[in-house]
Design a protein around this ligand. Structure first.
Ligand SMILES: [Zn+2]
Length: 235
């Protein structure tokens, strides 16, 4: 059987890693292929560096974190805080789905106070149809995913529902190392305490889920698939 493939689509570089880094590490360890798609670089998020300077650091961090996981990485050319739900953006993602052929996609829940996060959610939802319909003739053949899930992100918590608790105890140390491949977490220049939040969240979710460390996911009801026995996303 061919390896399963997990794609994580984040709005800004390090969103995918924050919210689904432990899930990616867990599934990589189980033999899955992993692809990360960053819709923007998040280049406007530094308190002193200009976007032109900061984007170089962000791209380097994205490459380092993908290498740490052993993941493919794609950085789309959209601008931080200016991402719009357009046909062009949906086709960008759809063509990546046709290229990598993921079984599962994880992205942002739309209950976010950050418009880029909500727009990423909408773009991914639109892209699934463009990826799967044979009537759309593209360079690559159509592809349908098997499950769509949303991950827990401190900015996206409005009406978020923790439907699945994944045991990530055995990859949690690596997850913390992964977070530190990003200057955002390593140098702590943001007003929000990203590293402390996600480290503590693993413990809180672990306590609630009956594991040492856990992460939660929210499912798209019509496309949900989770195997309780293996603790992985698909049977
Ligand atoms: Zn973000």
């Amino acid at each position: 059987m061919a390896a399963q493939h997990l794609m994580v689509v984040g709005a800004h570089i390090s969103d995918a890693e924050n919210m689904a880094g432990a899930v990616m590490l867990k599934h990589k360890k189980a033999g899955w292929d992993i692809t990360i798609v960053h819709m923007t670089a998040g280049e406007k998020g530094h308190p002193t560096l200009s976007p032109e300077e900061y984007i170089k650091m962000r791209h380097a961090d994205a490459q380092a974190s993908a290498a740490f996981i052993g993941a493919n990485v794609e950085i789309l050319p959209y601008k931080d805080a200016e991402l719009q739900v357009t046909e062009e953006a949906a086709w960008m993602v759809a063509d990546l789905i046709r290229k990598y052929r993921p079984d599962v996609i994880i992205t942002h829940w739309h209950g976010s106070f950050h418009p880029d996060h909500n727009n990423t959610h909408e773009i991914v939802r639109k892209s699934l149809f463009k990826a799967s319909l044979p009537a759309f003739k593209r360079d690559l053949p159509p592809h349908s995913i098997r499950a769509l899930l949303y991950s827990e992100n401190w900015e996206d918590m409005e009406n978020y529902s923790a439907d699945v608790y994944l045991d990530v105890s055995d990859v949690f140390e690596d997850y913390l190392k992964l977070l530190k491949t990003h200057a955002l977490m390593r140098e702590r220049y943001a007003s929000f305490r990203y590293y402390d939040y996600y480290e503590a969240l693993g413990t809180v979710r672990g306590a609630l889920g009956g594991f040492d460390k856990a992460v939660t996911l929210m499912h798209q009801p019509s496309m949900y698939s989770y195997d309780r026995e293996s603790g992985l996303l698909l049977k």
